[in-house]
Design a protein around this ligand. Structure first.
Ligand code: XIL
Length: 299
């Protein structure tokens, strides 16, 4: 195969990218996207601040554009993200107790319900743990207590029973205190029948990141009977060091049968959240980088 999506599809996987709706009609951006990828995720427009700027008033314009772009081209869509401590609208930040609980549940049913049947996998909860494995002391954690993650997954399951429901986080690129804590949560959810289907590994990396237990970590989660996905991959640096790190991550996913696919967090260095860094597979002129060829070869 000579594109990322086609190469991934040969083993039943997807290869996706984060996108912004404003650029879908840009010719260089759109042609590279449509040629190379068979999955997309919204970089920002499906987050809480974008989808529910005022309580109970939903705005799906950006997300709908992305979903329609994908649907008409046979691409699958990852949903990102239903509940997160960041990019919350202002009105959520002041809520307490049961009012915050109801707002969270209504948000999940509103957004996941709107996209019901159209989302391959939802990041139901994003970034709820600290490096040391403790819970992040967000408004959700402080107001709702430990049970909020499970409540979010149950609400997402009711709203869209066919989407895979994922927990997503960063800094889980190997066996460490943070991934251990998430592992125990998944184990607990599985033993009690809380609906969780997948864990997303964001994988915001650098060329010198320690990837020595990356594959082993994916495998131990898969062995719990869930799927694993690489959800926001980007790797700082350039040249062979960057290409080798991309190769290692790609090979890890391919080696784990329950690794469904890989999503990179943007595809051209012209549009990366990491600013002047060059962490993606295409340069600022949409030329394929060494890292691109390493990925294509490893898929
Ligand atoms: C980032 C976007 O790329 C930026 O455009 C935005 O300003 C902030 O959020 N982890 C996540 C993503 O789960 O949603 C973040 O995306 C990057 C880190």
């Amino acid at each position: 195969a000579d594109t990322l999506g086609a190469a991934a599809a040969e083993s039943g996987r997807y290869y996706g990218t984060a996108v912004v709706p404003e650029l879908l009609d840009d010719s260089a951006y759109g042609s590279t996207l449509n040629r190379e990828f068979n999955s997309v995720v919204a970089e920002n427009v499906m987050k809480w601040d974008a989808t529910e700027p005022n309580r109970g008033q939903f705005n799906f314009s950006g997300g709908d554009r992305i979903v329609e772009h994908a649907r008409s081209r046979g691409m699958s869509v990852r949903g990102h993200t239903l509940v997160w401590h960041a990019q919350q609208p202002g009105w959520v930040q002041g809520l307490t107790g049961d009012s915050l609980r109801q707002a969270m549940l209504d948000h999940i049913s509103g957004v996941a319900g709107h996209y019901r049947g159209q989302i391959h996998s939802w990041d139901v909860v994003n970034e709820a743990f600290e490096w040391d494995g403790s819970r992040r002391q967000s408004n959700l954690q402080q107001q709702l207590g430990n049970g909020w993650i499970e409540e979010a997954f149950r609400a997402a399951d009711s709203a869209d029973p066919n989407a895979k429901l994922c927990y997503n986080d960063y800094g889980t690129d190997g066996i460490n205190a943070k991934s251990d804590a998430i592992y125990r949560m998944v184990q607990d959810f599985r033993s009690r029948g809380v609906p969780i289907d997948c864990v997303g590994f964001q994988s915001h990396l650098d060329s010198n990141s320690d990837l020595s237990t990356y594959r082993q970590n994916l495998q131990r989660f898969a062995d719990l009977g869930i799927d694993v996905q690489i959800t926001e991959l980007d790797i700082g640096g350039s040249g062979s060091a960057q290409a080798n790190a991309y190769r290692t991550v790609t090979q890890a996913c391919v080696a784990v049968s329950r690794c469904n696919g890989i999503t990179i967090w943007g595809f051209t260095d012209a549009h990366s959240w990491r600013g002047d860094d060059t962490p993606l597979l295409f340069d600022t002129n949409y030329n394929k980088k060494e890292a691109y060829y390493a990925v294509l070869d490893a898929l």
